[in-house]
Design a protein around this ligand. Sequence first.
Ligand code: ATR
Length: 263
Amino acid sequence: MKLFAIFGDPVAHSRSPLMHNSVFKHLNYKACYTRVHLNDGSKLRETFFSLGLSGANITIPHKEDAFKACDEVRGFAKLIGVVNTIINENGKLIGYNTDADGFMYAIKEFSNIKKVLIIGAGGTAKALASRFAQDKIEVSILNRTQTKLDYFKEIALTCQDWQSYKTAHYDLVVNTTSAGLKDDYLPAPQLIIEDILQNTSFVADAIYGKLTPFLTLAKNKNLIYKNGTDMLLGQGVLANTLFVKNKLKIEDIQFFMQRSFEL
Ligand code: ATR
């Protein structure tokens, strides 16, 4: 029996155990997926090994620590320095990032996206900004403080904080901050958020399982929006294919993972 886990802080709200266990159970794959509340991201590697895990997912706020914890990082995760999936390959930790492609999967019905505003400047924002840039989509970043903006300035993206915010039109605005996850905050002051929503066609929030204050405002303005559930499903399917080392069909993984959302 293989053991997998999700690391995060907070982690009690995570649906990943339900999603992955639904796949393992229905496809008779001998594995179990649990959750681990981790305060100190620097303890990720030793905790992973002490639990005898075969693989893990990593969520807020440890995705950059997860990158540091790996022996080798592959694919898109290497480009952005952010890891959300770790595989134990013969005692070596191999890191991947399945968030960005999961997000593209989630917004596939949003048409003609050319200009995107990302709110927040953490690991999720890095992943999405680089993924959009790959598709030649113009990206701007808005963050509460200047401190985390350096990475985005280096890859020549337009960066603003709350003080320097200026009105512009975007096709899509994405909240990647944790504002609204455990509290009722908007990801920026209300005046700014109102202005942003006035000037966009589509809205998305990486937070799942609830309608955040940000999405509530978007809904009240009749904007088309997505919460993080579809993004979560996309990243989960891709992570699961890595966990089972491609031994299960991706269509079957997707079917049973999707079903876990309907319970
Ligand atoms: P992750 O790696 O999952 O993206 P993170 O690295 O902890 O998470 O990044 C969280 C982001 O959300 C940061 O950009 C943070 O802003 P600061 O750089 O100013 O700290 C932003 N954030 C968190 N709580 C917020 C809040 N209440 N309002 C606005 N921004 C918030």
